[in-house]
Design a protein around this ligand. Structure first.
Ligand SMILES: [Zn+2]
Length: 153
C-alpha cells in the first residue's frame, strides 16, 4: 500500500501497488489534469482514508521532535498519519514530510525519479562484425568499423 500526496497526482506518479490518500488532497489539486488523475484512481479503487485524531496527534508530536511542525500543512500531517495507520509507504517529495516519516518509522518513496528511470546501460554495436561492447570506443577493436549505440532493452 502506498499513500499519495498531491505531488504524486501532479507528476502523474504510477505504481502497481494498492494506493490510498486522504480527501484533503483532492482540494489541493487545482489543475484539471491532476484532478482527473485523482478521480480516475479513486474510480479504480484508491482507498480514501481519514486518520484518527490519535494518529494525527502522534504525527504532530513527532514533527515537534524533528523541528518540522511549522513546515507541515494540515494535509501533510494527515497524510503522514494515514501512512502510519495503514503501515503504508508515503509517496512524497517533501523533505519535511520525509523527515517526520523517518521519525515515525514510515517508509517513503520519492516521485521525481525521471532521471533514474531514464538511465540506461547503453551497448555499442559494431556496424561491421556485429560485436557488442558495453563501453564507448572510437572503433571496433576487432575489425576497425564504426560503433553504433543501441538500447539494450
Ligand atoms: Zn567489428
Amino acid at each position: 500500500m502506498e499513500v499519495l500526496d498531491a505531488s504524486a497526482f501532479i507528476n502523474d506518479y504510477t505504481t502497481d501497488d494498492d494506493v490510498a490518500t486522504i480527501p484533503l488532497v483532492r482540494e489541493e489539486l487545482d489543475d484539471d489534469a491532476s484532478g482527473y488523475r485523482f478521480d480516475a484512481l479513486e474510480g479504480g479503487g484508491m482507498r480514501m482514508h481519514v486518520p484518527d485524531q490519535g494518529s494525527v496527534e502522534q504525527v504532530e508530536r513527532a514533527a515537534k521532535t524533528t523541528g518540522d511542525l511549522t513546515e507541515l500543512s494540515r494535509t501533510d500531517i494527515r497524510l503522514l498519519a494515514a501512512a502510519f495507520e495503514l503501515d503504508a509507504t508515503l509517496v512524497t517529495d517533501d523533505y519535511a514530510m520525509q523527515n517526520v516519516a523517518d521519525e515515525l518509522d514510515v517508509r517513503t518513496q520519492v516521485i521525481a525519479t525521471e532521471g533514474i528511470s531514464e538511465r540506461r546501460n547503453w551497448i555499442y554495436q559494431c556496424q561491421g562484425c556485429g560485436r557488442e561492447f558495453d563501453e564507448h570506443r572510437e572503433r571496433c577493436s576487432i575489425c576497425g568499423s564504426d560503433l553504433e549505440r543501441k538500447n539494450p532493452n
